[in-house]
Design a protein around this ligand. Structure first.
Ligand code: NAP
Length: 324
């Protein structure tokens, strides 16, 4: 079978499309035929050796996938060949088949296609945990989302609206703002041309927003912190801009802010049942059309490098999907 392999820390163009042996399910495992694998920003880091997880070589990028159970190992109950499932395995899904612990699989509801189902887990799972468990976002509050057209950003726009918040989409181009507003955002700020702190204050009658969802960090992360209202919460999701902002801790004190770290992967390990409940809800909402899981583009496995380069170049709105 074909697999996109990282054989040493490398650039996207140095990944190799290789033929490897098909997996056999060990006890407790299922082998899934991957119909769609979703890429995330962290895949650009993991192949370069710049991510917190450093898998042994050779490995495939792509944490999450949707597909069909092909075979099951001894002791597996609850899944049978032919079942449509999604999964999140950290890395390794950019290949035709994966062997996965059956307990890591979630059934796909009818009415959802493989491409949209593949990219639901990391972005919407992270965001559901961030907005619910960490920020405790309430209906009527104002939520500013940075990188609002990206994977996690779009999830925050859509889940924020479902939770009853007023959502301000913040992104680097008017096209991205328009895209986020098509997906439910109430207002937009183009931080490539506007001062983000001033814009957030202007849009809230001078008060500032209640919650910032920040997957990018850098200068805009710091500006967004300064655009919070008294008692506001700043969700630290990631640092796609490359720099970790130096938050002004005097402001945290003087304006009674909460700076909230979000490490969804570790939370999932500690709370597997709550995670499954979140995923069941997210899948249901997506099948009902309440969440888009927007697919920017579908690439054949061999074009995985082009997909990763598009993510790194900030060109992707929603998700980039590989179809092995
Ligand atoms: N904490 C967690 O548990 C968790 C879970 C999932 C992901 N993450 C992290 O969240 C971050 C975003 O992930 P994602 O999948 O949403 O990424 P994405 O789809 O690539 O979106 C990231 C957005 O960041 C903005 N950006 C600003 N500077 C950038 C730069 N130099 N390069 C690329 N993008 C830049 C872009 O929006 P504009 O062009 O509009 O600025 C882009 O749309 C990553 O750091 C990822 O590792 C964390």
């Amino acid at each position: 079978m074909k697999a996109l392999l990282c054989t040493r820390y490398c650039t996207p163009d140095e990944l190799e499309l290789a033929d490897i042996a098909e997996p056999v399910p060990a006890p407790g495992q299922a082998v899934v035929q991957v119909k769609a694998a979703a890429l995330n920003f962290f895949d650009t880091l993991i192949i370069a050796g710049r991510y917190q997880h450093k898998p042994p070589f050779p490995f495939s990028p792509a944490a999450e996938f949707a597909g069909e159970v092909q075979s099951i190992g001894a002791g597996v109950t609850g899944f049978a060949p032919g079942d449509r499932v999604i999964g999140n395995i950290g890395w390794g899904a950019a290949r035709e088949k994966v062997a996965v612990a059956a307990e890591q699989l979630v059934p796909m509801p009818a009415g959802l296609d493989f491409d949209r189902a593949a990219g639901l887990t990391v972005t919407y799972g992270t965001t559901m945990h961030a907005l619910n468990d960490r920020a405790k976002l309430k209906a009527g509050e104002t939520l500013a989302v940075l990188g609002a057209a990206g994977g996690t950003g779009l999830a925050a726009v859509e889940l924020g609206k479902l939770m009853g918040a007023r959502v301000i989409a913040c992104a680097s181009s008017d096209d991205k703002i328009a895209f986020a507003m098509q997906h439910g955002a109430d207002d937009g700020v183009n931080y490539a041309s506007a001062d983000l702190k001033e814009a957030l204050r202007t849009l809230t009658g001078g008060k500032g927003v209640n919650v910032v969802y920040d997957p990018i960090g850098g200068a805009q992360g710091e500006a967004a912190l300064r655009g919070l209202d008294w008692g506001g919460r700043h969700l630290i999701i990631g640092f796609a801009a490359g720099d970790m902002p130096k938050l002004a801790l005097n402001l945290v004190l003087l304006r009674s802010y909460d700076v909230l770290g979000v490490y969804w992967g570790a939370w999932v390990q500690r709370n597997p049942q709550a995670h499954r409940a979140n995923m069941t809800k997210i899948l249901e909402w997506c099948a009902q059309g309440k969440l888009s899981s927007h697919v920017h583009a579908v690439y054949p496995l061999a074009d995985g490098p082009a997909a990763l380069k598009a993510i790194a170049a900030r060109q992707v709105m929603g998700k980039a999907i590989l179809r092995p």
